[in-house]
Design a protein around this ligand. Structure first.
Ligand SMILES: Nc1ncnc2c1ncn2[C@@H]1O[C@H](COP(=O)(O)OP(=O)(O)OP(=O)(O)O)[C@@H](O)[C@H]1O
Ligand SMILES: [Mg+2]
Length: 253
């Protein structure tokens, strides 16, 4: 699916260590426009670190990052170039990181107003449209503490969308939620995927990965051990590590 579309972001032989601990051992990855790639794998295998390297919240030690085919010179970037790179990708985390003393709408328009210099009125109109899209229009003037976990995560997703990113990076965005909130967020993400949003989704929810993602990459010990079309990879895993992992998360195998 989407194999004809252009590559948005790509890495080649990406490596990252923290002190003496090698965390990424040379990751080759790409995501095409309108494609959804899920990253799965055991805890500590480097999924979050890899996601953070994509938008340079973390700097790789070596290897290439290419944005639409152009190498990103991450070791010699000026601050303005760095923030331009980061703005291309919206990131949503497990914990929501909302501003507690701002209303829902203020949280959503903070980036457009402060970073993109969008005029306040336009930012508010666009912010309301995004809140409608994520199903939170009636909470526009609520405070974060008045929201459920699922609603807070919707605000975090709205805030990322408000920056009009070309790629959305999502790191276990349902892991901190009560189970009854999870399906609503998954539905929202499925809708975003269907609307053509390019996404890289780290998840422990294999069923969701299968439903939402065109392709899945299996991380293990800092490497992508296996990747492929979602259903193929899950139904016919080739490496013993992936087989083990799938058995450990799904007792029915
Ligand atoms: N800032 C850091 N400083 C030192 N070590 C780190 C740092 N961030 C991550 N690590 C280490 O890097 C390894 C990979 O962590 P990472 O968070 O990328 O794994 P993960 O696959 O996202 O795991 P999980 O599924 O539990 O979220 C772990 O051993 C972790 O302890
Ligand atoms: Mg993680």
């Amino acid at each position: 699916m989407n194999d004809q579309k252009s590559v948005e972001i790509e890495t080649r032989n990406l490596k990252k260590s923290f002190g003496g601990l090698a965390v990424l051992h040379g990751v080759d990855f790409s995501v095409r426009r309108d494609q959804v790639q899920a990253l799965i794998g055991p805890s500590g295998s480097g999924k979050s670190t890899f996601l953070r390297c994509l938008n340079l919240l973390e700097f790789p030690d070596s290897g290439e990052i290419l944005w639409k085919g152009t190498p990103v010179n991450y070791l010699r970037m000026r601050p303005a170039e760095l923030s331009r790179h980061r703005r291309k990708m919206g990131m949503v985390f497990q914990h929501f990181h909302l501003f507690p003393h701002r209303t829902v709408l203020e949280n959503v328009i903070e980036g457009p107003v402060q970073v993109l210099a969008t005029p306040l009125r336009r930012a508010r109109d666009e912010g309301m449209a995004i809140l409608e899209r994520v199903g939170l229009l009636e909470k526009a003037s609520a405070w974060p503490e008045q929201l459920s976990g699922g609603q807070k995560q919707r605000v975090a997703i709205a805030r990322a969308l408000a920056m009009n990113p070309e790629v959305l990076l999502l790191d276990e965005v349902t892991s901190a939620l009560d189970v009854e909130m999870v399906s609503g967020i998954n539905e929202l993400l499925t809708g975003l995927a269907a609307s053509g949003m390019t996404m890289v989704v780290v998840t422990h929810d294999i069923g969701f990965a299968r439903r939402v993602a065109d392709r899945i990459c299996f991380f293990d010990e800092g490497r992508i051990v296996e990747s492929g079309i979602s259903a193929d990879l899950l139904e016919r895993p080739e490496s013993p590590r992936l087989l083990d992992f799938l058995s450990s998360v799904d007792g029915s195998r």
